[in-house]
Design a protein around this ligand. Structure first.
Ligand SMILES: Nc1ccn([C@@H]2O[C@H](COP(=O)(O)OP(=O)(O)OP(=O)(O)O)[C@@H](O)[C@H]2O)c(=O)n1
Ligand SMILES: C[C@](O)(CO)[C@H](O)COP(=O)(O)O
Length: 407
């Protein structure tokens, strides 16, 4: 069953003290800086820019109100975040988050650790897809890769634990909201306070929990070294002085003919109109131009090389598929997308009312923040084929930073 009527609420737990990461000296780990910004800013941004996020609850510690406001108050979309206070244990904090979420229209919930800032859109999409298919509980996890030993207090290895079938549990763990809330209530009533994740509460309450593929990058920052490594991963400041940043810019252009119809899809957004764009796919000129711009940053050809118009699979296809593919190629080649800029040249329809939605759609597809995505529009002053409303054109520019070299 594909249940797209559901609303996925998000609970991000951020009320821990982070003792193992040295909070006594440096403060709670979720407010420590990696890549120049607090850990929780990265985490929350991942959900604010994911198109399927419904209401978002962040569970904070009573002492951290100012820290949270400073870290997240200026993020685009921050005004829709609900905060509530957590408890002594992670389990209690989740419970408080679920209570806060129950006052919204959420039917399902993704429960995520603030201390996992590297969760990516692919993991979120996989978890959401399992919910769409009607799973009661969903656990992103990765197979254990180290050999496992059971040790004793005597400092000796007692035995080797077969690792076949063993997984390391990650978040966001996801459920029907009412089912996981009832499970948490039951655990609280029976004073069971020893659960370290929500999947184990669900299992205990008799819910079925389905495994989906997590990501090796989706680590939980637990000890000091994790935070230093996360910072190294994100920070330019740790690069050697002779590091040459490999910044590349690509451009793309596309045009499609207009014919009588009921609307056009531009930047992934359908706009009702008395014409439609003709083309093999959904003819979204804007996404086609941006796909070419991204491919250009790593010399990966153009859209026609990857999606030939002669291939029947792309007949009527949403152009999001093409842009998604180009972004994946860029990432696989070590690129980080810095920005995307599209200019639409169209006599009609009016683009301005749809610009914000278009920017959000680009941000979601590219997995970057909305402020890195720009959509502009101009008419052609009634000149030429665009002026005669015979077609719509788009010009796109993308900037990507690839792993640099030392001189
Ligand atoms: N009482 C608690 C404990 C934990 N968490 C949150 O749960 C996530 C995972 O917990 P963990 O890594 O164990 O964090 P801490 O409890 O903060 O760490 P420590 O055990 O080292 O103190 C974190 O985002 C943390 O902020 C929470 O909201 N409330
Ligand atoms: C929920 C969790 O992230 C799953 O791996 C983890 O159990 C929470 O952290 P803790 O250190 O076990 O409290």
């Amino acid at each position: 069953m594909d249940d797209r009527t559901m609303t996925i609420g998000i609970v991000i737990v951020a009320a821990g003290r982070g003792e193992r990461a040295g909070s006594l000296e440096d403060g709670p780990k979720q407010y420590r800086r990696i890549g120049g910004r607090p850990v929780i800013t990265h985490t929350l941004e991942r959900f604010l820019t994911w198109s399927r996020s419904g209401p978002i609850v962040v569970v904070i510690h009573r002492d951290d109100e100012a820290l949270f406001a400073e870290a997240c108050g200026k993020l685009p979309g921050a005004e829709r975040v609900i905060t509530t206070f957590g408890g002594e244990t992670r389990q209690r904090s989740v419970y408080e988050g679920l209570r806060a979420l129950s006052g919204t229209d959420a039917t399902h919930v993704m429960i995520h650790d603030a201390a996992r800032p590297f969760v990516d859109r692919d993991v979120l999409d996989r978890v959401a897809q399992a919910l769409d298919e009607g799973q009661e509980g969903v656990l992103p996890a990765i197979p254990v890769t180290d050999t496992l030993k059971r040790g004793g207090s005597d400092g000796l290895v007692h035995d080797t634990v077969p690792r076949a079938g063993l997984y390391a549990a990650q978040t966001p763990q996801s459920f029907h909201l009412s089912a996981i809330r009832i499970a948490h209530e039951k655990a609280a009533a029976l004073r069971r306070e020893d659960f370290t994740d929500d999947a184990s509460i669900a299992e205990w309450a008799g819910l079925t929990v389905t495994l989906v593929e997590g990501s090796v990058d989706n680590i939980k920052l637990t000890v000091k070294r994790d935070i230093a490594m996360a910072d190294e991963k994100l920070s330019q400041s740790t690069l050697p002085a002779n590091f040459l940043p490999d910044v590349r810019t690509g451009n793309g252009y596309d045009v499609h003919q207009l014919e009588p119809g009921d609307g056009v899809t531009l930047c992934g957004v359908f706009i009702p109109h008395d014409q439609k764009l003709s083309g093999h796919s959904d003819a979204d000129v804007a996404l086609h131009a941006l796909t070419d711009a991204l491919l250009a940053t790593c010399g990966a050809g153009d859209i026609g090389d990857h999606f030939p118009p002669s291939d029947m699979r792309w007949r009527g296809a949403p152009s999001k598929i093409f842009l998604d593919h180009a972004a994946k190629i860029v990432r696989e080649r070590g690129g980080t997308i810095m920005n995307a800029d599209i200019s639409l040249i169209a006599e009609a329809p009016k683009i301005a009312p749809h610009r914000q939605k278009m920017r959000e759609t680009l941000a979601d597809i590219l997995g970057i923040s909305v402020d890195r995505c720009s959509v502009k529009a101009t008419t052609n002053e009634k000149i030429g084929f665009i002026g005669r409303r015979e077609g719509i054109a788009a010009i796109a520019t993308a900037t990507v930073v690839y792993r640099g070299e030392t001189a």
